[in-house]
Design a protein around this ligand. Structure first.
Ligand SMILES: [Zn+2]
Ligand SMILES: [Zn+2]
Length: 729
């Protein structure tokens, strides 16, 4: 409930500062309402906060300091405040850290009119230097964008004085930040593409859900090419027609461009965007126009869940099974689960769209908590690709080579037919292991318990845990012998090398996330391939996501067993999803496709399930196993990671926790560990983990909070709790 507080009345203000609660202040002249964004004094500083209801009242009113300023933005609605509180409680995140996600508008606290922005000017620099040229190049790349000073300097890789120096000649245009312009109106009444009967039926069902004006979640399942996007855009249209706002979450920024084109075709204009690829000025505009209710459709990354919607009616989570929806840094949350939570606070609908549902969503549909809609026909008459395994035990493959003779023949046939093939290996870089043939040591990251991966394209070694890179050494770091370092195992760059050697006449393109400096460069490459600019694509899971290559008729999976090796709870589920998705890339248009899976274990239940394509049977079997083991989604889990520069200290904390489990015992939870985490050292910190498993209905969060609160952490030690962990690293 939103209350108005008269001038001088005590109110609570929640700030983003790391305090354990809201603080009391006095309402300013003119009073203030709940949810208002305000500036308050905190010690010697001024900080931003939000009015968070009634004061605690443990200080006399006359001793309270007054609120300094009420920002000229709409107040945070009570559904949003409710969401922040519930999300904080669910993920065991301190409230201020959760609020920070909702205050990510660049320059929110600045006084309007004082902001300066920089864009491409028409003048010529009076003196050309390489640094100045970098700025001009960066701006020519994005001629219509306006940047904050430090943002542009970072983008160009120069100091801010270089940018300032270019303003005098007019080569860079400096101006006052213009008032945020309205987004062009989207027209929900424009006609969409004609829908197939199953699409039309699903669209009707979603429209009926929107019409209730209440919370509800629907799993929208359809194979690649079945036209899910057209269906959920009908739900977006219905939501906008009713005057409410819609949010579409995408798992990858790289997919945004294609989606924006479809929105423009459907509604006649482009929607608001919110992700790391847009400028601060544009993000500020999206934030403000979302708060005003003027932006009706927002397309974004998971952090768009924390925008200040005025009246949110629909959240679409596209590719809901995608693991990138789990935030693994800072505040640990699943965007899919938070979408459901936010929608329930807002009285909004959720559509979870996917070709391969996550077991969680599938199980919720089975339980009747979610509705379920299935699209059965593939759009444009194309059929699912034929799947087959290649039994690698029967294939003659030379050492240091990975493409079997059977796969080679299949690729040759496609080249002759003028069609495209995809060679798929979900591993970045050239080789996963660099081994010294003199001493037998592997080259490892000096600050993590992980191997350095050779990236030959970048001519560097890279740690995939911490991102540390180093030049490829000439001599072995362990024994100092020269010329004995050897690449072991395949990465996607090495596969490209093999493909080029096997098919010297073919045009080969590599698609791997680290080979492209920008989303723009990747998009250009994808378009080139789509228009027939390559005969063979060599790619990682980047290609499994949404890109449409009409001439692609063959998918060859180099190592279908790769994902099955981990001890991860979701290894089978992920392998099934990834293999289904990547093989779905073949034969989208009018040509039938084929997918060939190289495997050493063709009788593995997961490989067999992929071949038969019986997804329901696979999910039922997987569900039965998880239910028997009492693990998610049929039980609750939490991962606790304790890290410290000293391994002994981390273990002491872990052991202290393991000795003191009375509160967890009471709710029927079990504690496993402490044990070294699967990655036992990252960035020089030793990591120890405990796993907590509890029955599905157990109140796990308060029990965990009380448990860790009972431990005095040494200053050097960090402890993080991951509710419903997605990975066990
Ligand atoms: Zn050596
Ligand atoms: Zn590292």
């Amino acid at each position: 409930m939103t209350r108005f507080h008269p001038p001088g009345a005590p109110v609570a203000v929640l700030t983003t500062q790391p305090l354990d609660r809201a603080l009391d202040y006095r309402a300013p002249t003119g009073g203030v309402e709940d949810g208002a964004f305000v500036e308050v004094p905190l010690g010697p500083r001024k900080v931003l906060g939000v009015v968070w209801g009634e004061a605690a009242g443990d200080w006399p009113v006359e001793k309270l300091r007054p609120i300094l300023r009420v920002l000229e933005v709409p107040a945070m609605g009570s559904p949003f405040r409710d969401f922040i509180e519930r999300a904080a409680a669910y993920t065991l995140t301190p409230l201020p850290a959760m609020l920070r996600l909702g205050l990510r508008a660049p320059g929110l606290g600045e006084v309007p009119g004082k902001r300066r922005v920089y864009g491409l000017g028409t003048g010529t620099p009076d003196r050309a230097t390489p640094a100045r040229q970098k700025v001009i190049d960066a701006l020519r790349d994005r001629p219509t964008d306006l940047f904050a000073l430090s943002e542009l300097a970072d983008l160009a890789g120069v100091s801010t004085s270089v940018v300032k120096g270019l303003c005098a000649s007019g080569a860079v245009l400096e101006q006052a930040m213009p008032r945020d312009a309205d987004f062009p109106p989207l027209d929900p009444a424009r006609a969409g593409k004609p829908l197939a009967p199953d699409q039309a039926e699903a669209a009707d069902a979603l429209r009926a859900e929107i019409a209730t004006g209440d919370y509800g979640t629907t799993l929208l399942r359809g194979v690649t090419g079945s036209g899910k996007t057209e269906v959920y855009l009908e739900a977006v249209a219905e939501c906008m027609a009713r005057g409410r706002q819609a949010l579409v979450l995408l798992p990858e920024i790289a997919l945004t461009a294609e989606f924006l084109t479809r929105v423009q075709a459907r509604f006649g204009a482009r929607p608001a965007e919110w992700h790391s690829g847009v400028t601060q000025a544009e993000r500020r505009r999206t934030w403000a126009k979302t708060a005003e209710g003027q932006a009706r459709l927002i397309v974004g990354a998971r952090s768009a869940l924390f925008l200040p919607y005025r009246d949110l009616g629909l959240i679409v989570v596209d590719e809901e099974h995608d693991t990138s929806y789990k935030q693994e840094d800072g505040v640990l949350y699943s965007a899919r689960d938070m979408a459901v939570l936010r929608a329930s606070c807002e009285g909004a609908q959720v559509v979870l769209a996917t070709a391969t549902p996550s077991l969680e969503s599938w199980a919720n549909a089975e339980l009747g908590k979610y509705k379920r809609l299935d699209l059965t026909s593939r759009f444009g008459e194309a059929v699912l690709p034929k799947l087959a395994t290649i039994d690698m035990r029967d294939e003659a493959v030379a050492g240091g080579r990975w493409i079997s003779p059977t796969l080679k023949r299949a690729v040759e046939a496609r080249i002759i037919a003028g069609e495209q093939s995809l060679i798929f290996l979900n591993r970045r870089g050239y080789a996963p292991v660099t081994l010294c043939r003199a001493c037998g040591q592997q080259v490892a990251c000096h600050q993590c318990d992980a191997r350095m991966v050779e990236h030959r394209f970048l001519k560097r070694l890279m740690c995939h845990q911490c991102g540390e890179t180093a030049p490829m050494p000439e001599v072995c770091p362990s024994c100092g012998v020269e010329g004995k370092l050897a690449a072991v195992g395949p990465g996607v760059e090495r596969m490209a090398e093999e493909v080029t050697a096997l098919f010297p006449e073919a045009r080969v393109a590599i698609l791997s996330s680290d080979l492209f400096g920008s989303a723009r460069a990747l998009k250009a490459k994808v378009e080139e391939i789509a228009s027939g600019g390559a005969d063979i694509i060599v790619g990682t899971q980047l290609v499994a996501k949404g890109h449409n290559f009409p001439k692609l008729t063959l998918v060859g999976v180099i190592d279908a067993d790769l994902g099955l090796q981990g001890s991860d709870l979701r290894a089978a589920e992920r392998t099934f999803q990834l293999m289904r998705q990547v093989s779905g890339r073949a034969g989208r248009a009018d040509k039938p496709g084929q997918a060939l899976l190289q495997t050493y274990q063709p009788d593995h239940p997961v490989i067999r399930a992929i071949l038969t394509g019986d997804e329901e049977a696979f999910l039922r079997e997987e569900a039965a196993q998880r239910r028997a083991a009492g693990v998610p989604p049929y039980g609750r889990m939490a991962g606790i990671v304790i890290s410290d520069p000293d391994a002994g200290v981390a273990f002491d904390v872990g052991n202290a926790l393991a000795r003191n489990t009375a509160g967890l015992d009471e709710i029927g939870a079990e504690v496993y560990g402490p044990a070294p985490a699967p990655i036992a050292r990252i960035r020089g910190r030793h990591r120890v983990r405990l796993l907590v498993k509890a029955p599905r209905q157990a109140p796990i969060q308060p029990a965990l909070a009380a448990w860790v609160a009972g431990i005095d952490l040494p200053r050097s030690t960090r402890l993080s709790i991951d509710i419903d962990p997605q990975s066990f690293l």
